[in-house]
Structures are given as C-alpha cells and as structure tokens.
Design a binder for this molecule. Structure first.
Ligand code: SF4
Ligand code: SF4
Length: 188
C-alpha cells in the first residue's frame, strides 16, 4: 500500500456542534435529507449523573470492504492506498453495496441517482495533501487524519497513546476509522 491512512475520532473532545457534518455537505455538495457523515447525540446515565455520548457515522474505509466484493460492475473499488471509491459512471444503482455495508454508510444521491458515501474528500482535499473537510473544520480537534507510516505524524502518535476502538472489528472489515471512546461524564 502506498499510504496507510487513518481517521481518528476522539469522542472525549467532540462537543456535537455538527460543524463536520456541515463542512462535509458543502465540500461534497451533499443534497438535503442524505448524509455522508453524521454525528449522533445520546444522553447517558440518570439525573443528576447525566452525560452525553457522540457517535460518528460514516464510511469506515474498510481494508476488507464487503461493498466492493458484491459490486457487479466494479463501480465500487479500492485504490492502491486502500481507500474505497465509487465510479459513478459505472454505478447501476442496484443497491447491493448498500445492503452489504455493515455501517450503513451508503445512500443514493437523489439528484444523480447513483450510490454515494464518504470518500475522505479524496479528489478535492486528500489527493492534494489536505485533510478531509470534517477534520479541518473541527473546532476541538476531535478529528485527526494522516498516514500511519509517518511515525512522527500526529495521528500516529495519538494512536499509540490511546486505546482505540475499531467499530464492528469482529466482522473482519478492518476499518481505517478508529474511535477513542468517551471517558467523561456519567458511566453508562
Ligand atoms: S464502511 Fe461500508 S461503504 Fe465504507 S468501505 Fe466499509 S463496507 Fe464499504
Ligand atoms: S466538528 Fe468536531 S466537535 Fe463538532 S461534531 Fe464534528 S467531530 Fe464533534
């Protein structure tokens, strides 16, 4: 692999402001009522010991992506960097990939009638050595992104200091998005 990208979401730093969601919509012209990225809010505990949990929902950029293996036209494919992309010219909107994705990350763009998902803003940002729009906008640095092969990168160093959770790791999908679980607030 040429790069070994990782996106880290630190639940302890997230304040649920939705700036990442808005930045994603603007960067990728995401139509109303569909999402490449969502941050869900959940209260936890009981009064007076209440706390808040935030959860990011988006493509996990699986190293073993079930969405790619089910695609009958190779519209869903994996690059040399291990990122999962969609060639919208080849997408026949059969929805197999939507059903195969265990993270519910894919949707049909109602304006184009093709399947879409988060692609780490590859064309407009990552291919130009910029971070994805959500990472750049986050006011609390809850998100970080980079190449894990760069040992002095922030994402590499933070990954080594923290306990990481890879969502639904038991499925063997090997996500490139890792969570640092919430330690603050009431115990759930
Ligand atoms: S999260 Fe879903 S859409 Fe993204 S690579 Fe994994 S299976 Fe494919
Ligand atoms: S921009 Fe940062 S703090 Fe705001 S919701 Fe997104 S991850 Fe959380």
């Amino acid at each position: 692999m040429e790069k070994q990208y990782r996106l880290l979401y630190d639940e302890n730093l997230c304040i649920g402001c939705q700036a990442c969601n808005v930045a994603c919509r603007v960067e990728n012209s995401v139509p109303d009522d569909v999402y490449r990225l969502q941050v869900h809010l959940q209260t936890k505990g009981e009064f007076p010991n209440l706390g808040m949990n935030f959860e990011r929902l988006s493509c996990m950029m699986c190293e073993n992506p079930p969405c790619v293996s089910v695609c009958p036209t190779n519209a869903s494919f994996q690059s040399k960097d291990g990122l999962v992309h969609i060639d919208e010219r080849a997408c026949i909107t059969c929805k197999y990939c939507i059903l195969a994705c265990p993270y519910h990350a894919r949707f049909i763009n109602p304006l184009k009638n093709v399947v879409e998902k988060c692609d780490f803003c590859y064309e407009t940002r990552v291919s130009k050595e910029l971070s994805p729009a959500c990472v750049s906008i986050c006011p609390t640095d809850a998100l970080s992104f980079g190449d894990m092969r760069q040992k002095n990168s922030f994402v590499h160093q933070k990954s080594n200091k923290e306990v990481l959770v890879f969502p639904k790791a038991h499925l063997g999908t090997k996500p490139k998005v890792a969570f640092i679980p919430n330690r603050k607030g009431a115990k759930s």
